[in-house]
Design a protein around this ligand. Structure first.
Ligand SMILES: Cc1cc2nc3c(=O)[nH]c(=O)nc-3n(C[C@H](O)[C@H](O)[C@H](O)COP(=O)(O)OP(=O)(O)OC[C@H]3O[C@@H](n4cnc5c(N)ncnc54)[C@H](O)[C@@H]3O)c2cc1C
Length: 558
């Protein structure tokens, strides 16, 4: 008997089984420009592995069946462990195995930061939660590298390309994961309000201490160690390495109280912990805990920008692939004039985020060494918080718009777009929420006068004679003289202006005219700042933008 009531037609599957790098000409072009051509074969292999439908399915499973806290073992011994779905471990194995996480520190080749960034950009298009432990581990490396003894102990284990999920003392493990613990209940952004104490063991100037208190957010709580900020008797804040196992072989007294039930980022565990005299080893100077952890935070902020850029790209690709096939009112959505405006706008936003993210990554490379480039310093110190605010916010808006291109199909949990939408806000919240980033930009403008001037000169040169850009630069002149108290309330406006200008300058220098001119026409006109697609497509070369965003067929030789 035939039960069917209808045949299924005009339903479009999400794009799968593609090399995520091969379908991204812009990323390839920018990697070559930044000296990372040597990384392309490895990144193509990674893009192929990530783009498989089986990897997308692993990502879906790791999120659908998220981590579970296991406080005790079967016989009642306290273990404070977190159990993950096997696909989570498969994703971490894939991520770590490619070496992109450690690349900037394990490799001296020019372009290493861009290559590492590309690895994150590709991975984040498929599964974002796993970027969290990778980001924190990567970001701890520059901090720990400063201390020869710590580096001798941990260095090889941090650079190792294996994922070792076992719960054992660090000395027994070939590779380790690290996290960070700053946020407490009474205040996250204001780390100075931290109350967790550190009591030196033995003499008052001992680097070993016992920590007592709590952290309200403690992501990847079963990592092998965390960098934790705690207060000493002198009242200053210091930074401590707090491992899961004490050097004497006992379990460290870091109690995971519960896991957060999060909006998104569900594959990854974020805990609440208490330290019941947990053993810690000081990292960095005593009383300099905030600058020490902020070095780590600066690196994590770069990865927030990369993670959000990846989400934007993921949404754009699925939206465009869908719109090219889905028919409505007699022709494909991608041929409907208004949908073309939306898609072109998403494409512009995505490439603008990409050039900005890669420029930031390049700055981290240029800032290394004995005579770091002053412009790199400006990008690290001023543009990192600015870009974090802007790109992470735009990713939230873009995720909603990309989802809508798929109509109702985008809103259901079987769609990767629904997960992407839930994921999008986290990068904006953690590691310095939006306002905190805008205020950090103002602080840096006030303190880093030389770097600010260098950035100004570079932006001025990049604006050329383009009148809209020169006007935008001029609008920043008052705050560049030195921010006043009155600027605080305008900090988001200032950040927005600065980032848009920086993106326009980068696109003028490094992207095809269709992208650069399209971006300037739509971001520096009278209607700027509204919803995606609220533009005049006559000002754009829509065909060129969409072909660059996702070639209909990947060109030969990619
Ligand atoms: C999924 C997830 C994972 C996390 N993982 C970790 C982790 O591993 N380790 C860790 O230490 N933390 C972690 N966090 C915590 C995160 O870093 C904090 O939530 C964040 O820094 C904000 O701190 P808060 O929640 O205390 O908010 P608050 O500091 O109370 O801020 C609330 C709001 O006020 C704004 N604000 C603050 N100060 C000002 C001001 N002066 N002017 C104007 N506005 C202001 C902020 O921008 C924010 O929007 C995580 C958070 C999330 C959501």
């Amino acid at each position: 008997m035939d039960w069917s009531t209808h045949s299924v037609s005009n339903q479009v599957d999400e794009l799968r089984d593609v090399d995520l790098l091969a379908i991204d000409p812009a990323l390839q072009q920018h990697l070559r420009r930044l000296g990372a051509a040597w990384a392309l074969p490895g990144l193509h292999a990674y893009g192929t592995a990530l783009g498989r439908s089986t990897t997308f399915e692993q990502a879906a499973q790791a999120n659908a069946q998220g981590p579970v806290l296991q406080r005790f073992d079967a016989r009642g011994r306290r273990i404070d462990d977190v159990r993950f779905h096997p696909d989570w471990h498969a994703l971490l194995t894939l991520l770590r195995g490619q070496g992109w996480m450690a690349r900037p520190f394990a490799d001296r080749r020019p372009g290493r930061w861009a290559a590492a960034a590309a690895g994150m950009l590709l991975h984040g298009q498929v599964e974002a939660g796993s970027l969290c432990p990778a980001t924190m581990t990567q970001a701890a490396i520059p901090v720990l590298r400063r201390d020869p003894a710590l580096w001798a102990w941990l260095g090889e284990r941090l650079l190792d390309a294996r994922h070792d999920p076992s719960d054992r003392p660090i000395d027994a493990k070939p590779s380790i994961w690290l996290g960070m613990g700053m946020t407490e209940k009474q205040g996250g952004s204001d780390v100075r309000a931290n109350t967790t104490t550190a009591t030196p063991i033995g003499s008052p100037d001992s680097a070993e201490a016992l920590l007592r208190g709590h952290k309200w957010f403690y992501s990847a709580p079963s990592s092998d160690a965390h960098l934790v900020v705690a207060r000493t008797a002198e009242g200053g804040l210091s930074c401590y390495l707090v491992p899961r196992w004490r050097p004497d072989g006992r379990r460290n007294a870091v109690r995971i109280q519960r896991l957060k039930d999060k909006l998104g980022n569900r594959s990854n565990a974020s805990g609440e912990v208490e330290f019941e005299d947990a053993w810690g080893l000081r990292v960095g100077e005593p009383g300099r805990g905030i600058p020490t952890i902020l070095e780590m935070a600066t690196h994590t902020r770069l990865n927030c920008v990369l993670g959000s850029t990846a989400l934007m790209r993921a949404g754009l690709v699925q939206a465009l692939a869908y719109a090219r096939q889905r028919q409505a009112f007699g022709r494909p959505l991608a041929q409907q004039p208004l949908m073309r405006s939306v898609l072109a706008d998403l494409a512009l936003e995505s490439e603008a985020a990409l050039v900005l993210a890669l420029r930031l990554a390049q700055a981290f490379e240029d800032a290394e060494g004995h005579a770091p480039d002053p412009l790199a310093r400006a990008w690290q110190r001023l543009m990192t918080p600015a870009a974090k605010l802007w790109v992470c916010k735009r990713a939230v808006a873009q995720a909603g718009e990309a989802l809508e291109v798929l109509g109702g199909n985008g809103y259901v949990e079987e769609s990767s777009l629904a997960r992407l939408y839930r994921e999008a806000p986290v990068n904006s919240v953690w590691e310095g929420s939006g306002n905190v980033m805008a205020l950090d930009l103002l602080r840096a403008l006030g303190r880093e006068r030389e770097a600010a001037q260098r950035l100004w000169d570079d932006l001025a040169e990049g604006c050329g004679d383009e009148p809209r850009l020169r006007a935008a630069l001029h609008a920043l002149a008052p705050v560049w003289q030195g921010p006043t108290d009155a600027a605080e309330g305008q900090a988001r406006q200032i950040t927005q202006r600065l980032v848009l200008l920086a993106q326009a300058v980068l696109l003028r220098r490094h992207a095809p005219a269709a992208v650069a001119e399209g971006f300037i026409a739509t971001r520096f006109g009278p209607d700027t700042g509204g919803i995606f697609g609220a533009l005049d497509p006559a000002a754009l070369d829509v065909d060129a933008l969409l072909a660059r965003a996702l070639p209909e067929a990947p060109p030969d030789g990619l």
